[in-house]
Design a protein around this ligand. Structure first.
Ligand SMILES: [Zn+2]
Length: 131
């Protein structure tokens, strides 16, 4: 599992330190805490942006990774019908797309590429430049 996004759990209760600006500071602090809580209560994983007009098309193939040990490094939020995962295996990577549908999810994958290549595609996918 990727251990990220959990670094904000260190809110400290404020006791003393009263000054002219304390009230204002506390408002800011509460706003920060409220937005942090909203994030925690909502979605933790990123969503893909809406497709851009000049959106490129990735080629999606039937699953070929079945016999490989694959590590999912990052993924998009499962609140959306379509979930994307960046998968790594033996120094190579690909993106897996799962469309959560009834009765069974439909899974496809991109071709395998170098980590660098696939991370670039991943970024473009999240930004809505590729689908
Ligand atoms: Zn979500």
């Amino acid at each position: 599992m990727l251990n990220s996004g959990s670094g904000d759990s260190s809110f400290t209760a404020t006791g003393g330190a009263e000054s002219e600006n304390a009230a204002l500071g506390s408002v800011h602090r509460q706003a920060a805490i409220a937005s942090a809580l909203a994030t925690i209560a909502g979605c933790l994983s990123p969503h893909v942006a809406a497709m851009r007009r000049d959106c490129g098309r990735l080629e999606w193939h039937a699953v070929r990774s079945g016999r490989h040990r694959v590590r999912v490094v990052v993924w998009t939020c499962s609140c959306r019908a379509t979930v994307y995962e960046l998968c790594v295996s033996g120094g190579r990577a690909f993106i897996r797309r799962t469309v959560q549908a009834e009765p069974v999810a439909v899974v496809c994958e991109t071709a395998w590429g170098s980590l660098r290549e696939v991370w670039q595609i991943w970024a473009a996918l999240l930004a809505g430049s590729f689908r």
